[in-house]
Design a protein around this ligand. Structure first.
Ligand code: NAD
Ligand code: UGA
Length: 461
């Protein structure tokens, strides 16, 4: 089957950029991205491309090229489902906050709602593609809902997990290491895989498009994120040992990374990983393992999260201890709030945890992030359970110079490149002395800062 009309349900960090790139690379395919969130859709349609709801380097140009040509953003979910031959489900799958599996299992209510809506609306055969990250065997549930419509419509369910990382989404989508498509092993299933593969073949080499059964595909996505997060927790564990022994974690990372079996990527010690997926997906893996009675497997992966929580707590404690065991009414400047550079996404950012810890100690926090503003910061703190009184202690500023004015210390929470190039002498002049820098990203030039007069502390040295 030749695909000419695609619908994607969910215009978020995955649905938006992924569909923009598909539309750019496949001008003959009409791509409609739909969402219940009218504000989000309005921003995707906003004429000022600086206002897109997702900030990603290069995304504005991709959207500018395709939007209105063959890329459309809409709130009319039914119409887009009805017209499409292929439907991506790219809705959020957060950790459950209620009921059985609370705090661990993936909440599949949004996925199920999509499946029910497709079942209700579809009048012609459809290929339904899981783009969201889902627990292994979710396709079974979707299929069961779709197969009971009684109207004779045939559905094929594929798993096509997304491996893009935020901040590099456009590049990752244009040059993916691989595209994974899982499908039913029947002839119809294989035809559906071929149809989706053909879409990707507009710009991805066939050798990089790999096929598997649905369950392997679903589990590969959880496994990839677990392995990546595990590397961060591993190097962070070593960073603590470095601080005790006089070793330097960057030197250790370089030395082990040159072993081609280990590789040099994802070995950057930090204040701890954040983002909407690593923790959620590992918790999900832990939950699935436990549900099969695989206690050792569950414990093994849970340790990655335990280590990450420890690293965030350790960073916050170190600030308090170094500032003479009290931060009450002191001003701490946060450089960065996003969970990594080049994104406006703050979900599960380590900054939220560290801020929560410090305001509980009655510190005042001045934040500067190039892409995050006050309302989002306050929302994040509220979501993480920080009281209204404590939230009042956090203020965001227009630039780093204002945020650090009169501060006792600076904490680097996000590795934005621009932080490196500031006038650090000017920042130093306007701070309380001794002026401390806690570099949670090992981003800054510690030698230069020390020469200026800062007391500089990095992770893992
Ligand atoms: P997101 O929260 O940014 O976007 C999801 C969107 O789906 C929201 O705008 C929401 O309004 C919409 N939505 C929910 N239910 C809907 C419904 N019934 N009908 C229409 N719209 C609906 O989430 P995201 O970051 O894009 O993640 C989506 C999925 O992709 C998750 O499963 C995630 O694990 C996975 N994933 C995310 C990333 C990432 O970098 N963020 C990378 C790979 C995979
Ligand atoms: C991650 C994966 O890299 C993607 O492949 C995956 O598609 C995505 O999750 C997902 O499923 O959501 P993302 O979370 O966007 O992508 O960003 P990463 O670059 O993986 O960084 C995650 C966190 O780990 C960030 O807080 C980052 O600062 C931290 N990190 C990463 C480190 O602390 N050290 C490192 O060496 C690498």
């Amino acid at each position: 089957m030749k695909i000419t009309k695609i619908c994607c349900i969910g215009a978020g960090y995955v649905g938006g950029p992924t569909m923009a790139v598909i539309a750019q690379k496949c001008p003959d395919i009409q791509v409609t991205v739909v969402d219940l969130n009218t504000d989000r859709i309005a921003l995707w349609n906003h004429e000022d491309l600086n206002n897109l709801p997702v900030y990603e380097p290069g995304l504005d140009a991709v959207v500018a090229e395709a939007r209105g040509r063959n890329l459309f953003f809409s709130t009319d979910v039914d119409k887009a489902i009805d017209e499409a031959q292929l439907i991506f489900i790219s809705v959020n799958t957060p950790t459950k906050t209620y009921g059985s599996g609370k705090g661990m299992a993936a909440d599949l209510k949004y996925i199920e709602l999509c499946a029910r809506q497709i079942a209700r609306v579809a009048k012609t055969d459809k290929i339904v593609v899981e783009k969201s990250t889902l627990p292994v065997r979710t396709a079974e549930a979707i299929k069961s809902i779709l197969d009971h419509t009684g109207n004779g419509v045939q559905f094929q369910i594929l798993s096509n997990p997304e491996f893009l990382a935020e901040g590099t989404a456009v590049q990752d989508l244009l040059n993916p290491d691989r595209v994974l498509i899982g499908g039913d092993q029947s002839p119809e299933g294989q035809k559906a895989i071929d149809a989706l593969a053909e879409v990707y073949m507009n710009w991805v080499a066939p050798a990089n498009i790999i096929r598997s059964n649905v369950w392997s595909s679903e589990l590969s996505k959880l496994t990839a994120n677990a392995f990546l997060a595990q590397r961060v927790s591993s190097i962070n564990a070593i960073s603590e040992l470095c601080e005790k022994t006089g070793a330097n974690v960057s030197e250790v990372a370089r030395a082990i990374g040159m072993d081609s079996r280990i590789g040099s990527k994802f070995l950057k010690a930090s204040v701890g990983f954040g983002g909407s997926c690593f923790q959620k997906d590992i918790l999900n893996l832990v939950y699935i393992s436990k549900s099969f009675g695989l206690v050792e497997v569950a414990d093994y992966w849970e340790q990655v999260i335990i280590m990450n929580d420890h690293q965030k707590r350790r960073f916050a404690n170190r600030i308090v201890q170094t500032l003479y065991n009290t931060v009450a009414d002191k001003k701490i400047c946060f450089l960065g709030w996003a969970f990594k550079k080049d994104t406006n996404d703050t979900r599960e950012s380590a900054a939220i945890y560290v801020a929560g810890h410090l305001v509980a100690e009655q510190a005042n926090i001045g934040v500067f992030d190039p892409k995050v503003e006050q309302p989002q910061i306050i929302f994040d703190l509220e979501e993480s359970g920080v009281s209204q009184n404590s939230r009042k202690r956090v203020t965001s500023y227009e630039d780093a110079y204002q945020a650090s004015e009169g501060a006792h210390a600076i904490a680097v929470l996000t590795e934005w490149d621009e932080f490196r190039h500031y006038d650090w002498q000017r920042i130093y002049n306007n701070m309380q002395k001794p002026a401390f820098v806690f570099d949670g990203r090992n981003l800054l030039d510690g030698k230069k800062l020390t020469e200026i007069g800062f007391v500089y502390q990095a992770i893992g040295s």
